[in-house]
Design a binder for this molecule. Structure first.
Ligand code: ACO
Ligand code: LMR
Length: 264
């Protein structure tokens, strides 16, 4: 029989050995000929399958809405300061990306985990929120520095409208909205933020599209694929901020003394 030397790497998402590269078995020419988009490419390379159009459109909307949020947010600030220190594109980009985490942009996976667990266990929103408080954990996907109950995040509204129109079910999103109703009764800044909206809606996409088995959904949530959406999206803006600073030949940034409280 055939003797096969053991391989050092196993790869299951793409193959470049043939005439043309394939993403999850789909040749690149076919992706282009079918007029597919970046949402389809993400479906193939992340989820290893083609998804219905409303799902790939949803992925693309997430990417477009999270591409940038101005120069003042953590990631853009870091990228700007790094670019002004004379560093290259990749350094400026990763400097911005490194701020993505539990407080900024990287709460999507935890929002999905906690909303799924609480909703599946049938916890009432107040039981869930008060339980989190007892554990000393902030509810991921809730709260924003500038958005308020009377100044909602437009991105959240756009995602919710799209999902209500196109998804077979928005059970997890509705749960997140009930959680928001409760948290807003406690403080006006405790809105459902864009991380929470994407986290809950992606659960709805995974569950109601019928494209994923239960163990696959559990694995996606456990591994944490969803922060990848924000990382990918915000890279677009961070690259833009880097070019912007370089185009304007901005000098080294030094934070003003007046804005620091020097104290013993
Ligand atoms: N759950 C419960 N209580 C909260 C939450 C939350 N998610 N967020 C704020 N609070 C309450 C707490 O009582 C907090 O007091 P504490 O510091 O004693 O815990 C109080 O509100 C005031 O909190 P601040 O720190 O002033 O709120 P801030 O405006 O700094 O926080 C932040 C904003 C970081 C987004 C916060 O709401 C949070 O940690 N949320 C969870 C993580 C998250 O979803 N991040 C993604 C944001 S969207 C994005 O980055 C694209
Ligand atoms: C963002 O998308 O960067 C924001 O929601 C965070 C912020 O502080 O505005």
């Amino acid at each position: 029989g055939k003797v096969r030397a053991p391989t050092h790497i196993i790869s299951t998402i793409s193959d470049d050995r043939g005439e043309e590269p394939c993403y999850a078995g789909v040749p690149m020419s076919s992706i282009i000929e079918q007029g597919l988009g970046v949402g389809d490419v993400i479906s193939l390379l992340w989820f290893k399958r083609s998804l219905p159009h409303y799902c790939t459109r949803f992925i693309e909307i997430c990417i477009m809405l999270c591409a940038d949020h101005g120069p003042c947010v953590s990631g853009a600030h870091n990228a700007i300061v790094t670019a002004r220190a004379g560093k290259d594109l990749v350094s400026s980009l990763v400097s911005g990306l490194l701020t993505i985490g539990p407080r900024f942009g990287g709460a999507i996976d935890d929002a999905a985990r906690y909303f799924k667990d609480a909703c599946d266990r049938g916890l009432l929103p107040y039981e869930f929120v008060e339980g989190m408080k007892k554990k000393g954990i902030r509810v991921p996907g809730i709260g924003h520095r500038i958005k308020r109950g009377d100044n909602r995040d437009k991105r959240v509204e756009i995602l919710q409208l799209f999902a209500r129109t196109h998804f077979p079910s928005v059970k997890y999103m509705e749960y997140a909205v009930q959680v928001e109703t409760y948290t807003l009764s406690k403080a006006n800044n405790l809105v459902l933020n864009v991380d929470g909206a994407i986290g809950s809606l992606f659960l709805d996409l995974l569950v109601s599209s019928g494209m994923f088995s239960k163990p696959e959904i559990d694995e996606i949530v456990e591994i944490g694929y969803l922060n990848g959406l924000f990382v990918l999206a915000r890279s677009i803006g961070l690259i833009g901020h880097t070019f912007d600073q370089k185009r304007m030949k901005q000098p080294l940034y030094r934070h003003p003394w007046e804005d620091v409280l020097y104290t013993k």
